[in-house]
Write a protein that binds this ligand. Sequence first.
Ligand SMILES: NC(=O)C1=CN([C@@H]2O[C@H](COP(=O)(O)OP(=O)(O)OC[C@H]3O[C@@H](n4cnc5c(N)ncnc54)[C@H](O)[C@@H]3O)[C@@H](O)[C@H]2O)C=CC1
Ligand SMILES: O=C(O)C(=O)COP(=O)(O)O
Length: 630
Amino acid sequence: MSSSSCTKSILPSPIFSSSSSTSSETKSSKSSNLSFLNSNTFGIIPNNIKLSHANSQQRCFMVNSVLKTVDQTKQTNNVVSVNDENEKPTILVSEKLGEAGLQVLRQLGNVECAYDLSPEDLCKKISSCDALIVRSGTKVTRKVFEAGKGKLKVVGRAGVGIDNVDLQAATEFGCLVVNAPTANTIAAAEHGIALLAAMARNVSQADASLKAGKWLRSKYVGVSMVGKTLAIMGFGKVGSEVARRAKGLGMNVIAHDPYAPADRARAVGVELVSFDQAITTADFISLHMPLTPTTNKVFNDNTFAKMKNGVRIINVARGGVIDEDALVKALDSGIVAQAALDVFTEEPPAKDSKLVQHENVIATPHLGASTKEAQEGVAIEIAEAVVGALNGELSATAVNAPMVAPEVLSELAPYVVLAEKLGRLAVQLVSGGSGIQSVKVVYRSARGPDDLDTRLLRAMITKGIIEPISNTIVNLVNADYIAKQKGLRISEERVVVDSSPELPVESIQIQISNVESKFASAVSETGQISIDGKVKYGTPHLTCVGSFAVDVSLEGNLILCRQIDQPGMIGTVGNILGEKNVNVSFMSVGRTSRRKKALMAIGVDEEPNKEALENIGAVPAIEEFVFLKL
Ligand SMILES: NC(=O)C1=CN([C@@H]2O[C@H](COP(=O)(O)OP(=O)(O)OC[C@H]3O[C@@H](n4cnc5c(N)ncnc54)[C@H](O)[C@@H]3O)[C@@H](O)[C@H]2O)C=CC1
Ligand SMILES: O=C(O)C(=O)COP(=O)(O)O
């Protein structure tokens, strides 16, 4: 951290080590080097480009810095960078993806399709990739994220289920995970219905026997679907589409889903019931919930024992929700008359799998999403999400990051810059020694809490505070995790003020408690380091330091001096800086009362050398000063 301070008679002494000083310095200059994307949604804006109300239509957004990860391949002296403007990102596609999606990807980056990679080969390849696109067959483990650390920015799951991606590891490494949740819904629902009907009428077995030269009409008498009760377990996108279709077949449909809204079920004419009620009353049970720790093996000896004798089960969700050994037992005992399975705990299942080989089981090799239409749709959906993420946009299908609507993003853009700068500035006011544990952010706004989404601002404040004092790169994905890991508690308070509700935020205040400041004047009467900022004409401004009101644009470097309020101070300090060829970009003086104490905030384009800073400290009326890099 290149910040230095002086309390009268104490020599300026940086509070952070010189190595982190380089890091902080280079990081901020690198982040100003981000490529500019002028899209009609939101793009990337260099730190030093002002966002003005005048061009609000073109207001772009610095999301790339929110999402960037450490690029270790370019890491020298803790330098952190994202891809250079002209360098194309590398996108690894590890499973078959529709051509239309590949075309979208090729417009942005170098696309490598490498299927059937071993876990070791995936880890080797991933270290040079910016993005990875998978389907259900690739296990994206912690090892993959470790191998991709510093380079891998986004994992795209071309489909719904993300149980093959270690989300915790992704979040820890600041890697965004996006999926394509809608394009294969109908395909999966249709496959569920296909399996239901095929199972009820023994289509697979009868087909195999006919091909084997047999004509067994009485052996393959089936059961009717009309009038039977179908329990949908998991009334989400696929579950509700299966319900609609099953009702068309004349079935009585009930559903269990602890999180589904009752009105959604009512709209389809389906009754939501408890888990036990569903499994004890159903003739057919169709599974459509995700695989989670709660749903893992939720169908087991105990639950099969509760089912109606002769129940029929369809699973197009995930194999892991069924205890497969228990299902074999239930099939053998006749509790389960038949099962139709598209998914398995282990894929592909063992060739001699008792379950797959069971005569009352029909099975497909995870074909739920495999229609031409769904695969083209999924490919485009995931390619667009990955391209957006690599361009620094926040994805609407982000799995491990807050989803923020584009209009909210655009509105918050200048406040995002303000938030990071205030965080960066506040942390430089802390003197070394004790760690920062508690940060309070106060948003003053005319809007009610529901109209102000502060997650992005909080993430950027966290980034501003943590990045200058550690080697950790913070982005929207990992901000809360990193803060927690570092023992940093960030609390937020909203104060409703009587200003224009047109503005999302009137001002942001950052308070850091229980720390000493290297600039005593930054400590408020209540004992915390406290700074306030506002967006003025689209530009972030510092408006208060401790008890002193100031008004300086937050750009370049800043010198804060507390002095006895007397004439000539601006000239004196200005001359010292001028002699050393340091250009002053702006100045602002705030004071508590006339001729007593004043605080002078001076913006400088260049970093003053040690001598200049010592000369400022030697001015008799100056009681303390601090030099800060923004
Ligand atoms: N076989 C295949 O090729 C395909 C499989 N799938 C799988 O189908 C499943 C459903 O997909 P979508 O409907 O798109 O997801 P979704 O997220 O729209 O629906 C899942 C539903 O399950 C519910 N749920 C969560 N925990 C539950 C629990 N303990 N008990 C009951 N319900 C619970 C959720 O509230 C949600 O409504 C996923 O597992 C997905 O991976 C989806 C597409 C293709
Ligand atoms: O989307 C899902 O959850 C699926 O299970 C589809 O898997 P797939 O992409 O066909 O490997």
